[in-house]
Design a protein around this ligand. Structure first.
Ligand code: NDP
Ligand code: AKG
Length: 527
């Protein structure tokens, strides 16, 4: 067995001595061997010191060398073979096709960032040549490029144990930017974390990257995660998880003598607006498709459709019938951890017990550690008075907000907190009504989609997986897609530096062959 319960601090792989963490089989609640040794404060300090020491060497590695490093991580993950898939299935309760698909996505993300590096556009090289004769004052020579911010702390997500975890999107984008990474493993999947950590460690060695480029810590106590964010050598944080956890880390980061950004993806209920034409044309079919999205992965997606908004009438009745029919057949599903399962049950019970809410339908009941799907309804006027109905129920539960007219739809959307996604279901006849609500949706969400649901995020250049607070801590960023690299970069301007002192990206001869913004115009490299 490759899993030894060991942490990775630079080149050293050893068992932490500060308490223990066990993986738990999601389906049974049983402990999985081996025990993982928790990191001590000294371990944490060593990981951060090594990351800091590695930074200047690592960030100066060539674009091609870093691209190969990311591709090597992808290859090493695949080489873990079935041991990774089986351990990940056991720890998460997610089925094999999902885990295999997620492994492919994880490798795809690493390769995407290898492409981003080879392209070099992320450096955003700009040159405003000197104008010595300009009147009334000469202009200096100004050149800009992005540089990495420094070591990054990553807190992986429980619900994407591969694609949003140890070598997931945050790690891939930070390493691509030139930032060493210290990962605090999620206690929901320590075995998966160690395996993937070993793959990254092997890639560091194979590619000759400096020690400290990557470390992985297990934590038996919250003080380790808190200490990681507080450590002065850490310059940014990537996080996916609960609103409580994300905001706790944001506070620690903001209270440091040198505050740093926390890119936390937290909670979102992803409103879905059903317009009259679409409901009339295919209400029942939308209801069925909605339940497919709602129950995907036991509903444990941050993009899960947790709120349906529509005007009452025959179309909505057809939607509700279609949804009910699909929902009552939905089996109870194993959830990621006993804690997440009980939090889900508590959230559902709170909504069910709410004075203004009624039950539309429930899925099949199941054994312990399984979540039962549920659909509720509430009137628009009651919804806007009840902020608590916006709390994320992390699982297969959703609320239909029944509006009297288009004006009520707007008042419901206006009352919403920030969201990752907003979906609209329309026909051509609904375009005018949709156009009226789009500016409001832009204020609320990071991604707006038509005739679909937000689950299943495409990893691409134009993707935004982010949104106004509380869906993320900073709605100016994305955690999925190539733009995720921007979170770990900052611009530096070089004024009047002689060519010999300039970084390659900005030298006159353009040795990296970059597209650059010359005096405001995008300019191709000379052939
Ligand atoms: N919207 C979304 O994308 C997601 C939302 N969730 C929500 O979060 C709930 C719990 O899920 P979970 O994944 O455990 O999320 P958590 O926020 O509880 O944990 C995420 C990570 O952050 C760490 N952490 C959390 N709080 C602190 C803190 N105060 N100090 C230091 N470290 C901290 C955890 O450590 P440790 O491993 O020790 O717990 C874990 O590594 C779910 O029921 C759901 O409501 C979860 C996943 C995704
Ligand atoms: O749907 C996806 O691909 C990503 C969803 C996500 O980020 C999450 O559920 O935490």
């Amino acid at each position: 067995m490759t899993i030894q319960g060991e942490q990775i601090i630079g080149q050293a792989i050893s068992k932490g001595g500060q308490g223990t963490v066990y993986g738990i089989a999601a389906a049974t609640g049983e402990k999985l061997e081996p025990a993982f040794g928790g990191a001590s404060k000294a371990d944490l300090g060593r990981a951060c010191a090594l990351a800091d020491a590695a930074f200047d060497t690592y960030r100066e590695t060539s674009l091609e060398d870093r691209a190969r490093f990311l591709e090597t991580i992808a290859d090493e993950i695949l080489a873990l073979g079935d041991e990774l898939v089986e351990r990940c299935m056991a720890e998460s309760g997610l089925p094999r096709p999902r885990i295999e698909g997620e492994r492919g996505r994880t490798m795809g993300q690493l390769r995407l960032f290898a492409g981003v590096l080879r392209d070099g556009g992320y450096l955003d090289a700009r040159i405003d040549p000197a104008m010595p004769d300009r009147q009334p004052l000469p202009r200096p020579d100004l050149r800009l490029r992005n540089v990495p911010v420094g070591p990054v702390a990553v807190f992986g997500a429980s619900n994407f144990p591969l694609a949003f975890s140890v070598a997931g999107g945050d790690t891939a984008s930070a390493l691509a930017a030139g930032c060493p990474v210290v990962v605090k493993a999620h206690s929901a999947h320590p075995g998966t974390s160690e395996l993937v950590g070993r793959a990254v460690h092997a890639a560091v060695e194979k590619c000759g990257m400096p020690e400290g480029t990557f470390s992985l810590l297990f934590a038996a106590e919250r003080a380790i995660g808190e200490g990681l964010v507080a450590d002065h050598r850490i310059k940014a944080v990537g996080f996916t998880g609960s609103r409580t956890g994300g905001t706790a880390l944001m506070k620690i980061a903001a209270n440091r003598p040198e505050p740093i950004p926390v890119y936390a993806e937290m909670s979102s209920i992803n409103p879905v607006l059903l317009f009259l034409g679409a409901l009339k044309e295919r209400g029942a079919a939308i209801g069925k498709a909605f339940v497919g999205s709602l129950t995907l992965g036991a509903g444990q997606f941050c993009t899960n459709p947790g709120l349906i908004i529509a005007v009452e009438g025959e179309g909505l009745d057809a939607f509700l019938r279609g949804a009910e029919e699909a929902l009552v057949a939905a089996p109870a599903a194993v959830m990621l951890t006993p804690g997440i399962c009980s939090a889900y049950a508590k959230g559902v019970a709170a909504v069910e017990g709410h004075a203004s809410v009624s039950v539309v339908a429930k899925g099949q009941a199941g054994e312990t550690l399984r979540g039962q799907a549920a659909l509720f309804r509430v009137s628009a006027s009651d919804f806007v008075k009840s902020a608590e109905l916006q709390d994320e129920m992390f699982g297969s539960a959703s609320i239909v907000v029944v509006c009297r007219d288009a004006a009520e739809i707007k008042s419901v959307v206006s009352a919403l907190e920030g969201q990752l996604t907003a979906a609209i279901h329309i026909t051509e006849g609904d375009h005018e009504a949709a156009r009226a609500v789009l500016p409001l949706l832009e204020r609320k969400a990071g991604r707006i989609l038509v005739n679909g649901f937000g689950t299943g995020v495409e990893v691409a250049h134009a993707m935004v997986h982010g949104g106004p607070y509380p869906s993320t801590a900073d709605g100016r960023s994305t955690s999925v897609g190539s733009k995720a690299i921007d979170r770990f970069l900052r611009p530096v301007c070089y004024q009047d530096l002689p060519d010999g002192l300039l970084p390659d990206a900005l030298k006159d001869a353009n040795p990296l062959g970059l597209w650059r913004r010359m005096d405001g115009k995008m300019t191709a490299p000379k052939a």
